[in-house]
Write a protein that binds this ligand. Structure first.
Ligand SMILES: NC(=O)c1ccc[n+]([C@@H]2O[C@H](COP(=O)([O-])OP(=O)(O)OC[C@H]3O[C@@H](n4cnc5c(N)ncnc54)[C@H](OP(=O)(O)O)[C@@H]3O)[C@@H](O)[C@H]2O)c1
Length: 235
């Protein structure tokens, strides 16, 4: 089996790369920080394909990832783990802009490259790392993740209608102990290794959706059904 992970230089993407390599996958890893991709290669001890790409430049990164797919002779699994998130109480436009460029534009560009490839080979599995934040509004990050989850649901719907053997998985983590988890009052913060193991299990089972960790299902349920007046008051 062959897999490409976008956003594999750190955090969950990096841990998933290690798990997939251990499980015998041939892997390709993509991110901006090449030195971290190189150190991942040393850790993994088996040859991996590296590609430095900035997904906020969609056309350029689509061409690079397309070339990587060709180099690897096709892939069966694509994990879109890249993402940025900022606390932005002062409405710094550059932060919102980067969030949209990476989490929306870049995500969509990568999803397009892999979907086209999966359709041409008749099978494949696309996994997107969204967030529990997708469920309610709390700034540009949560809006970008709502886009991710909604987009993945749409892809799944389209594939079901076309009766294609292409699986789409939406992963919604709560808090995971990576550079991304910022701010005060974090709770139920999962170690990154555990989160990656759970994501891998969801991939193996070809789940359409998973909360990481599963106890976040409770928070999701509360967030989904909480009336606006209560949400505005408590969050
Ligand atoms: N940690 C949490 O609590 C949490 C909770 C919910 C959802 N998530 C989501 O989980 C995913 C993984 O995040 P993480 O927690 O593992 O954080 P992380 O360690 O910061 O990983 C983010 C990854 O995205 C890559 N990336 C960022 N901008 C990029 C760009 N322009 N082009 C290419 N790659 C880019 C980074 O690589 P380079 O910087 O090297 O490019 C890095 O590999 C993200 O989508 C995040 O939104 C995280």
């Amino acid at each position: 089996m062959k897999a490409i992970i976008i956003g594999a230089s750190s955090g969950m993407g990096r841990e998933l790369a290690k798990i997939l390599a251990r499980e015998g996958y041939e892997i390709g890893v993509v991110a901006r920080r090449q030195e971290l991709l190189a150190s991942l290669q040393k850790e993994i001890h088996s040859p991996i394909f590296l590609k430095q790409a900035d997904i906020s430049c969609p056309e350029e990164s689509m061409a690079l990832v397309g070339a990587l797919i060709q180099e690897m002779g096709g892939v069966d699994l694509a994990i879109l783990s890249s993402g940025v998130g900022f606390l932005n109480p002062d409405f710094d436009w550059n932060k919102d802009k980067e969030t949209i460029e990476v989490n929306v534009l870049g995500f969509c560009a990568m999803a397009n490259v892999f979907m086209k490839h999966f359709l041409s080979q008749g099978q494949g599995h696309l996994v997107g790392i969204s967030s529990i934040a997708a469920l309610r509004g709390s700034g540009c990050y949560s809006a970008s993740k709502a886009f991710v989850s909604n987009y993945l649901e749409g892809l799944r719907h389209q594939m079901a209608k076309k009766q294609r053997a292409i699986t789409i998985t939406d992963i919604q983590p709560g808090f995971v102990d990576t550079a991304m988890a910022k701010g005060h009052g974090l709770f139920w913060v999962a170690p990154v290794e555990r989160a990656a193991r759970m994501i891998y299990r969801a991939i193996q089972k070809k789940k359409v959706h998973a909360y990481i960790t599963s106890r976040w299902r409770l928070v999701a349920w509360l967030l989904k059904w909480m009336p606006c007046c209560l949400y505005d008051r408590f969050f």
